[in-house]
Design a protein around this ligand. Sequence first.
Ligand code: GLY
Length: 375
Amino acid sequence: MTKQAAWIDEAWERSLKKTMQNAARIGSGFPHASQGGTYDLASPGWWTAGFWPGMLWVLHSGSGHDELKKLAEECEAKLDSVLDGYVTLDHDLGFMWTLTSVMNYKLTGNEMSRIRALKAANYLAARFNLKGRYIRAWNPWQEGERNEGIAIIDCCMNMPLLFWASRVSGDPRYAHIAEAHLDTVVKHFLREDGSVYHIVHFDPHTGERLGGLGGQGYAAESAWSRGAAWAIYGLALGYHHTGKQEYLAAAQRAANFFLSRLPEDHVPAWDFRVPEEFSNLRDSSAGSCAACGLLLLSAQLDGADAAVYETGAARILESLYKNYGAWEEKEEGLLLHGTSNYPQGTNIDVPLIYGDYYFVEGLARLKGLDTLCWE
Ligand code: GLY
């Protein structure tokens, strides 16, 4: 898809310029949330470690700037100690190695990257619970915590690593696991109205569904907007990789819910079902991630549906650029007003690296550039 509009090229050029400036300080670090204008640098083991190198790859492949590629490769090499260290690995292996090693392999054919990503896929596949047919999300956050039965909506975005592994290895097991997990998402996470649970709790021994939890959303029955974005994009990618109509229909249901709940400026509140006093607090990252999913959906459909999703995505990205972009400020983040985890009180109303990443990916999609990452 190539969409012509002056703001798209302008936004791309400004994102590129700002990222080149940021690269001089951040180098091959792992930015997460920006506080007071400066990105904090997280440990390479944190789930967000892929987004900065992923953004460097997208901007490199759209601009040819080799210094961005070099930094992305350095970040990827730093993740080796995380992969070899094993104990901190959870389901976010998908986010981390899709945007680094898979990206590198697809763009350059690097054999070392292929092996790294296959190792990551094996660890991810090993988290599959056969009885509940879900991929276990986290390891215990503290001593004694049991979370073998926890699966979360975010994991939809980890599935492309498994689909990729089946494609390059010729072994269908990875794709079988990804498909089983996505089937569980459609059955147990998606509500009738198209909203989703962040967390679903299963009995890890029997596979029985025990209930839905609020997680990073306001409440168990609320509708965390970034969770909705993970569902839209993850299910549209599931359809891309399998051709299963159920995933397309589920992605459309989630997308219709999301679009119908957007406020006037097209950028979502952090949760679509919060009491009024909280609803002005936005999550720009949910907007940029959902926009990428909507653009993929639009490319998978024709006629009126395709137009609705394309227009919806372009409106979100344009508003993010014009109303949320930190273009004139002393601020490393590209997009203001992201909300990471409201219930825990962490990184509220700040730029977030994944918000920036999906904004750049969305622009690349609108420009018709090759966005290989998840497909
Ligand atoms: N995957 C964690 C989050 O969306 O905050």
